[in-house]
Design a protein. Sequence first.
Length: 361
Amino acid sequence: MKRYIVLTGVLILGSYLVKGQNQKKLTSELNAILNEYYNNKQFNGNVLVAKKGNIVYQRALGYANFEKNIKNNITTKFLIGSATKSFTAIAIMQAREKGIVKLHVPIKTYIPELNEELGNLTLHLLMKNSSGLPVHLSRITELEYRDISSDELIELYNTIKLSFKPGSKFDYSNLNYQLCAIVLERVTGVTYKNYLEKNIFEPLKMNNSGIERTHEIAKDKALGYDLRENEFVKADTNYMSYAMGGGDIYSTTLDILKWDSALYTTTLINDTSKQLLFEGNPNEFGTYGYGFKVKEYTRSSSKSSIGKLVRHGGSMYGYICNIHRYLEDEVTIIVLGNMRPYPTMEITLAIEKKLLKHEIL
């Protein structure tokens, strides 16, 4: 990965230059934003801003473990919740490039034991969140603190009745991406966890990222906290195996930057796949592409065009995150927190406003 260097007061970011004084002012302004949220107990976690793979701003605030007074640092791991869906969509596109899945055929092609209604869904409908499946497994079963198998998940899915005609509207559901993960397992012959390790984390040297399971909890991961009556208390347990494909990844800001940088190349997927991932019509599918929410963003006054923003957030017990990727400017904002609630989008947009002011966007 590219790294910045400082020479005679100039921060060099590839072909992009920020004069030392401007960099100092930007850092001061971003520090002020985060200090205010942190002092008001509205943020506890890590923030990273990058342009073209180079770090513009990076900061860790608060505690990974309040009880032991262990502070967050730049390599602290966090659960990223539904931002996992972006990784699952990329894995499906890798399988598509290999010719082992198709996006518009019934998924009973890959999971024949699904009932007829669910079996006629397609990967396209699942990844677009237009299937009619419920939002959480907790709506159809009582979650248990154990590692539930993919076969058991399929048995649960077969009890579901879809809530609308597939393809008729957008309705966000974690089950969509869990089914995608099971399809991936069927066509590759390996577990979802092993597939991501071998095909995404290891090639990108995302050494501090992984899939969490009941008895496989990452070392040095920040504990999750809830803010209750102005005090931080340990959050409820997350049932990770029930979140397969939709919310079971942990990572760091630095690892996510590696992943972000790879998406501007063909290291993970080709340009056709990226085009499909980032296609989102504001009048269809809730502006959702495949595993990314798609919006427009305003670029600085020196640039004439409107840019495309692709993003995803995530929320679990004790954790919230947000990842914004501004494609035309190759700018990324990563906010990972180990408390809930906090205004993650508000913080992201406050950072964005400063980047626009300094013409980084």
